[in-house]
Design a protein around this ligand. Structure first.
Ligand code: 5GP
Length: 112
């Protein structure tokens, strides 16, 4: 079981900012920006390589929800970045699909 499943099951604490039947969002424990939230599907999917056609609606809602969270956090107008890391070279460290919502400061491009 990954750390995110344990957060979903309330086995370990997290600062949860949003939750419904399908998704959960909580603040990253090591924030890389003033706003750093992880938005996570509750169903375990290891990484975005594992997504199936039947996940299309869920992924659409994930992006929509991310934009709503950005608005709630007050970073929608100043701007923000959504990041999905995948596997080793992508910098993925938790094998459960998640979107990073990062904002509250200017982001550099290209990423390191
Ligand atoms: P990844 O590197 O897989 O894209 O992102 C995983 C993220 O999960 C990292 O930014 C890391 O700081 C965060 N993280 C790891 N363990 C925990 C935890 O126990 N609680 C919370 N809230 N975030 C965590």
């Amino acid at each position: 079981m990954t750390i995110f499943e344990r957060i979903i099951l309330r086995q370990i604490p997290a600062d949860i900012v949003f939750e419904d039947d399908e998704l959960i969002a909580f603040r990253d424990i090591e924030p890389k920006a003033p706003v750093h939230i992880l938005l996570v599907p509750k169903r375990h999917i290891a990484n975005i390589n594992e997504l199936k056609e039947t996940d299309t609606l869920m992924i659409g809602r994930l992006v929509l929800r991310a934009s709503e969270i950005a608005r709630t956090e007050g970073i929608a107008e100043s701007g923000y970045r959504l990041v999905i890391n995948c596997n080793r070279d992508g910098g993925q460290s938790v094998d459960h699909v998640h979107v990073h919502i990062l904002g509250g400061r200017p982001m550099k491009w290209p990423p390191g």
